[in-house]
Each structure stands twice: as structure tokens, then as C-alpha cells.
Design a binder for this molecule. Structure first.
Ligand code: GLV
Length: 323
């Protein structure tokens, strides 16, 4: 049976598979597998190991006549046509849970970097503009004791709330349903999206990408936020109206934004958001610490092995296939 890996993975992860399966792997470190080649390679694949950068759409799934399992090394699966996979009875595996703490770490790193203007500080030194200690040089917003508003209180949201608790923050959250753990153990207060946007010093977006969350934060929502507030997005770029975000930042309607995700990825150096000093941008690295990525890789491989053996995946998106 053939497993198609659309990205190069460490030998340590692949080695144990070599005896039992034919491995086809795209070996460029940084460039994604070209679409043409992907379509060609998937045609006789029994399993595909994919990631957020591949479009696993209807066209691809139709082409993959032998496909028995789709496994993504990610928690999000908005790049995969789940309905089409389900129609063809192909289970889709993903890697929830194991990346929550790493992603919460990065979310908090962006929160602190924007609040305290970390990258701007480094730029000042790089440009040789640091002349002396200044009483109001690069004054930012306080973090300790501030109000954080978490939109999407899932596993990652709870991780962020735990960190916020350590910083004595007042924690607000908005979610489809109430979260008793967040309320009872972390002291988070449930509120409407409007109240959260009006009150939070840090608005942290962690909602999954669905038709309902598409551009859920736009002009109207930025207008509700305080001038001193900071917007953090470590979920999906499609949840935000990027043009509205640009305008809110440019006109100082909000103080700053920390972004790990964008409407269309990758972005390039000429992207309008990168022309602003009050943006900290990262190349979608929320879960990228080495330990976490190895665990994610292993889990995604286990999902493949289960799928090829006709067994239930460890984490399956379209669970209804087993009913
Ligand atoms: C990354 O964005 C993921 O969904 O794991």
C-alpha cells in the first residue's frame, strides 16, 4: 500500500513505515508539493499525509480512487472537503489536543510582543535609533492585571486562560456554549461578543474556521474595541476581514495586532499589514515547537496506520462513518 506524504518529515518518523508500505514523499523543505504532481501522486495512493497548506478538495478526492484515509498534521481541517470524503467513506484524521499548549504559548507570546512592543524595540536598535533611555520610549499596554477576551473557549482557549490567570488577568470569553471548566477552574466570565469586544484589552480569536465564523471580526467589531486594545489571531485568517483590520490598525482605531494566520497564506513582504509598525506577524507557526511537531507527526501517522488497517482512527473528523 502506498502512503503519500505531501511534506518532508524526519527520517525517525518515516523509518518504521518503510518495511510495510511504499512511501512517496515530497522532499523540498519549504515549498509545497505542486498541485499537478499532487493530483498525479494521489491517484494510486492508499493514504495521504497532508497539512494545512494542501487543498484536499473534491477534485483531488475524486482523483484518488484507492484512498482509504486522509490524515492531516493539524487540528484544523478547513482545507479538506469533509463532505466529499464522507460521501466516499474515507475517514479524515487530525491531531487535536497534543498541540493545545504549544499554540497557547505562541498566542501568549504574540499577546506580550504586541502589548509591550517587542519587535518594534528590536527594530529601533537595528535602525540605530536608540539614543538614550526615554521616559516614554516605546510605551505599550500593560499585560499583568489586564482584561483578556477569548473568542472560542476550546482546548487552546483554556490553555490561554490558564496562562492569563498566572498574569492575574480578568478573563472574559465568548463561545457557542458555556464552558464550566473555564468558568469554575479558571474564573472566566462568559459574555456576548459585543460585551467582550467593548471590555477586553486583549481580544484573542481562537474560533475554528466554519461558514459561521467566516469574517466574524470585521469593521463593526473593530469599531466596538477600545483604542488601546490589541487583537490576536492564532486561529484562521478567514475568520477576519483583513481589509477592515488593516484600516483599524492604520487609523489607530485599535492599538496593535498579533497575527499568526492570514486570509491567504503565505503572505509576502509587500502585504499591506506588514507596512504597519503596530503589527507582529508570524508565518503560521502556532504549534511549532519541536516536541509538539514530533508528537503531531506521530499521531498523524498512527491515524494513517489505523485507517489502512480498517480500524477506527484515533482522532477522526467524520466520526459518523463508524455509526
Ligand atoms: C494549524 O493551524 C492547525 O490547525 O493545527
Amino acid at each position: 500500500m502506498k502512503i503519500l506524504f505531501t511534506r518532508k518529515l524526519p527520517e525517525k518518523l518515516i523509518e518504521p513505515l518503510k518495511e510495510r508500505y511504499t512511501i512517496s514523499m515530497w522532499t523540498e523543505e519549504n515549498d509545497p508539493m505542486p498541485r499537478e504532481l499532487l493530483l498525479k501522486e494521489v491517484a494510486d495512493a492508499d493514504a495521504i499525509f497532508t497539512n494545512v497548506a494542501d487543498q484536499i478538495d473534491k477534485e483531488l478526492i475524486e482523483q484518488a480512487k484507492s484512498l482509504k484515509v486522509i490524515s492531516t498534521m493539524a487540528v484544523g481541517y478547513d482545507n479538506i472537503d469533509i463532505d466529499e470524503a464522507t460521501k466516499r467513506r474515507i475517514p479524515v484524521g487530525h491531531t487535536p489536543g497534543v498541540l493545545s499548549e504549544a499554540t497557547a504559548d505562541l498566542t501568549f507570546a504574540l499577546l506580550m510582543a504586541t502589548g509591550r512592543r517587542i519587535t518594534e524595540g528590536m527594530d529601533v536598535i537595528r535602525r540605530n535609533e536608540w539614543k538614550s533611555w526615554g521616559p516614554f520610549l516605546l510605551t505599550g499596554q500593560s499585560v499583568y492585571g489586564a482584561t483578556i477576551g477569548i473568542i472560542g473557549m476550546g482546548r487552546i482557549g483554556q490553555g490561554v486562560a490558564r496562562r492569563a490567570k498566572g498574569f492575574n488577568m480578568n478573563i472574559l470569553y465568548h463561545n457557542r456554549s458555556r464552558n464550566p471548566v473555564a468558568e469554575e477552574e479558571l474564573g472566566a466570565t462568559y459574555c456576548s461578543l459585543e460585551e467582550l469586544l467593548q471590555q477586553a484589552d486583549y481580544v484573542v480569536l481562537l474560533a475554528p474556521s466554519t461558514p459561521e465564523t467566516r469574517r466574524m471580526i470585521g469593521r463593526e467589531q473593530f469599531a466596538l474595541m477600545k483604542k488601546s486594545s490589541i487583537f490576536i489571531n492564532t486561529s484562521r485568517g478567514t475568520n477576519v476581514d483583513e481589509q477592515a483590520l488593516y484600516e483599524a490598525l492604520k487609523s489607530n482605531e485599535i492599538f496593535a495586532a498579533g497575527l499568526d494566520v492570514f486570509e491567504t497564506e503565505p503572505i509576502t513582504a509587500d502585504h499591506p499589514l506588514l507596512q504597519l509598525d503596530n503589527v507582529v506577524a508570524l508565518p503560521h507557526i502556532g504549534s511549532a515547537d519541536i516536541e509538539t511537531r514530533m508528537v503531531m507527526g506521530r499521531l498523524a501517522i498512527q491515524n494513517i496506520e489505523k485507517g489502512l488497517a480498517g480500524e477506527r482512527l484515533i482522532h477522526c473528523v467524520n466520526e459518523e462513518l463508524y455509526k
